[in-house]
Structures are given as C-alpha cells and as structure tokens.
Design a protein around this ligand. Structure first.
Ligand SMILES: Cc1cc2nc3c(=O)[nH]c(=O)nc-3n(C[C@H](O)[C@H](O)[C@H](O)COP(=O)(O)OP(=O)(O)OC[C@H]3O[C@@H](n4cnc5c(N)ncnc54)[C@H](O)[C@@H]3O)c2cc1C
Length: 428
C-alpha cells in the first residue's frame, strides 16, 4: 500500500496534503507523465474522507455521500470497483409526529400517488419542485460556475416556495449538505448539488467512503506518497519545504493541497480563511433498523438537535456485522468533548420520540465532532480564487475551498491545478 517512506528521486512537483484534491492533482499529473510526491501529515491519505472500523461497523468520519452524477468523479473514479450502493431517491420527512415518504415521482413513478398525497408540501410546492428539477438539468455544467450568484434561500424564495416547505424540506435537506441551516450558501453550489441529486444517485462505496481516496492512491506509484510527513514551513523564494523532522525538500513546483488555514500559516499570509462549517455525527449499532427504507431521514419539525439521519447498513449491509444495523445521526455544528454526553442524551431522547423504546437498545459506537467539515461557500466564496494570485514563485493552491466546497470541488480543483502545472512544465 501507500504507507511507505521510500524516497522518490527528485519529483517535479511536491504536493502538500493527501486529501482528494491532492490525490486528484497527483493522478492527473501522473497520467500526463509528470512525477509528483504527496506529503501527508496524518497516517493515511483521504483528509476529510476517512473510515474507521469500530466493533465490526464501518464508520465514515461524518456522514458523507458520493453523488454519482458528479462529472469529475465519473471521469476519475472507477465506480464499478468501488461497488457503489445507492440510497433510494427522496427522503423520509419527520413532520407532525410522523415520518412521511417524499419521493421524486419522476425517478420512482410508482410513488407518484403517495408523493401527491404527502402533507409535507402543498400541491403548488410540489409543482415548483418538479419545475426546479427539470430546469436544474438544463444547460452546460460549466455555466454553473460563472452564473450570477445569490444565496440559496433567496433563490428558493424567488422560485415561489412557501416558507413552510422551505423549513420542512429544504432546510434539513440542504442544511445537511451545506452544513449550515440558514441556506446562505451560494446558488452556484446549490445549482450543482440540486442538479446532481436530480440526475444521479446518492451512493456510498461498499465498506465506506475512504475507498475513494484509497482508489485514487492505488493509481499512483508507491513512492509517490509519504504519510506521517508534516510540512512545517515553506520558503517561497527557493521552493524549499521544511519538514517537521527537519528534512528539507526542494521542488521546481509546489502544490498546497492542504486546508486554507494551513496555507495561511505555512506561507505567512494575512488572508482570513473562510468560515468553517462543522457537524457532529453520532453512530449507533442496533439489532433492528428503526426504518425499512434505505433513505435519508430529515427532521422537518425544526425542533431538537437532529438534522438528518440514515441507516447505512440498509444501503450497504457490509458496513455492519451480520444481522446488525448501523444508524448514523447528524447534528449541525461541532461540539466540545465536555458537551458530548448531554448532546448524545438529547439525540437519543429525540430518537426515542420518533421510534419508541427500541432506541433504548441502541449501542453507542462513536461520536465524531468535526469543526472543519466544509469551508463556507457563501456567494463571496467564489472570489476566493483571487487568493491564488497571492501565490509566490512556483507555489500553486488547490482544495475544495477554491471550488464548490465538496468532493467534486476538490477533485476539480486538483485537475485544474494539474493542467496548469503540465502547461507550465512543458518546454517553451
Ligand atoms: C462530515 C463531512 C461530510 C461531508 N459530506 C460531503 C458530501 O456528502 N458530499 C461531498 O461532495 N462532500 C462532502 N464533504 C466535503 C468533502 O469531504 C471535502 O470537500 C473534500 O474531502 C476536501 O478535500 P481536500 O483535499 O480539498 O481537503 P482535505 O480533505 O482537508 O485534505 C487536506 C489534507 O492536507 C493534509 N495536511 C494539512 N496540513 C498539512 C501539513 N502541514 N503537512 C502535510 N499535510 C497536511 C491533511 O491531513 C489532509 O489530508 C464532507 C466533509 C465532511 C468532513
């Protein structure tokens, strides 16, 4: 595997950070015949996409999904080897004391009647949703990145959606995607995400999301990745990288594929990093699943700590020991360790209200509190590309914070950085 410390003889490019942006950059460089070396400070690649095995359950570090319509992911990943397992399109929405199925009738025509009957949305909101879905799939994907932007909430209001439906459906659904409940996120990210949900599936690779960075890493030479390799300083005048252990590495080009906060530290920049969005994810094991449908469950009641939840073992039975169910519950915002007990108690209490006493049998497996899950992607976010002009010498930036703050954005940023490098390294 890639957990090697074998040294590579003078790579043309050094990439700091082995998240999916750095891996995408390295893979595109490799495919163009340019050698690179990834320096990753933690014990494995993946960055924010990692999976732990606890008591036989595979736990993603925070609930995540791969949208199968993501264009960069389709291009770069081998979906078949990932053995993708799909969630059912639509959601179960907790509203007025019950769970209501809210399914896209275009994807599941047999569910048309139940969706039309659903009290979650008025007939007008259902029509507006169908119109938004059809319109979201029109035009070239690239145009999404240059359209005039506003906040998602403004867009939904201007489309005529009622405030009740925005609160019941869009806030928990998109709040769980953007990891912010105000829907202040740019319409550019909304347009991409909504189009992806409308035209593809929400999936997880068998065994957990970490299979994605692992697959990217497996396409690189062994010696192209060094883990437990923390960069401490960069001299932009000489492109010299100083490692925590004192080693110095010089490369003709350096790519910083680490979070923006680390870029600022290492390069001594004054720029204020984008506001981080955090999330807390609780995992429980149980003998029985609280629902039968492999669907996302949304809190449409607007009360209590739960934003969304799901039972990943209904989608991928391999993520739980035989006969057991894995339950994942997400609450927006990160917490300190000393609040974990009380938030977990509130979560269990709310789940008991939803599913009854069976919840008392749930076994708590692990809690992940992630302060930096996503950088904010408010309209001003996209001007962040200007940050790139602050680069000095042959140092380039790459990461999700420069694009749509998503797995797709990270892959895209990696590819675009690699393309710039390949052009700049070509003999004049
Ligand atoms: C809980 C959660 C849920 C999410 N849900 C979704 C989702 O459903 N769909 C979606 O598309 N996206 C989702 N995302 C976002 C997606 O995971 C990220 O956008 C993407 O993984 C970012 O990749 P990156 O390579 O840009 O950054 P990172 O993954 O942060 O990679 C940066 C790397 O740099 C390394 N590093 C930092 N400092 C140093 C140093 N000094 N020296 C060497 N290495 C260093 C880090 O260890 C890390 O590996 C979610 C993220 C989280 C956390």
């Amino acid at each position: 595997m890639f957990h090697t410390q074998k040294k590579m003889s003078s790579p043309q490019v050094v990439i700091i950070g082995g998240g999916v942006a750095g891996l995408s950059c390295a893979k595109h460089l490799h495919d163009s015949g340019v050698s690179s070396l990834i320096l990753e400070c933690s014990e494995a690649v993946g960055g924010r996409i990692r999976t732990d095995v606890v008591d036989g359950f595979s736990l993603d570090r925070g609930f995540q999904i791969l949208l199968t319509a993501y264009p960069e992911a389709r291009e770069l990943l081998d979906f078949e080897s990932l053995q993708l397992k799909n969630y059912e399109p639509g959601a179960l929405i907790r509203y007025r004391g019950e769970l209501h199925q809210f399914v896209d009738p275009i994807r599941r025509p047999r569910k048309l009647f139940s969706t039309l009957k659903s009290p979650v949305a008025s007939f007008g909101d259902k029509l507006r949703l169908a119109r938004l879905k059809i319109n979201s799939c029109r035009g070239a994907i690239e145009d999404l990145y240059t359209r005039p932007e506003t906040s998602t909430l403004e867009r939904l209001k201007s489309e005529g959606f009622s405030s009740g439906f925005i609160d019941r459906f869009f806030k928990p659904f998109l709040g769980g995607v953007f990891l912010e409940p105000e829907l202040a996120t740019s319409t550019r990210k909304f347009d991409l995400v909504f189009r992806m949900f409308s035209s593809g599936d929400a999936a997880i690779p068998s065994g957990g999301m970490e299979a994605i960075p692992r697959q990217l890493a497996s396409g690189l030479p062994n010696e192209a990745i060094r883990v437990n390799a923390e960069v401490k300083r960069i001299d932009p005048e000489t492109n010299t990288i100083e490692m925590k252990d004192g080693e110095q590495i010089t490369a003709s080009r350096v790519v910083m594929a680490c979070p923006e906060r680390v870029v600022s530290q290492l390069l001594d920049l004054e720029t204020e990093p984008l506001e981080p969005h955090g999330v807390t994810c609780f995992y429980f094991g149980s003998e029985k699943s609280p629902v039968e449908q492999p669907m996302l469950i949304l809190n449409g009641e607007g009360t209590g700590p739960i934003n969304n939840m799901c039972v990943p073992s209904l989608v991928d039975p391999k993520c739980a020991p035989a006969g057991k169910s894995l339950i994942s519950i997400s609450c927006l915002g990160a917490i300190n360790d000393d609040c974990e007990d009380s938030l977990r108690n509130e979560v269990v209490c709310q789940a008991r209200d939803w599913f009854g006493k069976t919840v008392d049998q749930w076994q708590h497996l692990k809690t992940y509190s992630i302060p930096y899950a996503l950088p904010s992607a408010n309209p001003a976010h996209f001007n962040r590309k200007e940050l790139d002009s602050t680069r000095r010498g042959n140092i380039l930036l790459c990461g999700d914070y420069l694009e749509t703050a998503s797995l797709e954005g990270a892959l895209r940023s990696g590819r675009m950085t690699a393309e710039r490098l390949v052009t700049s390294l070509r003999p004049a």
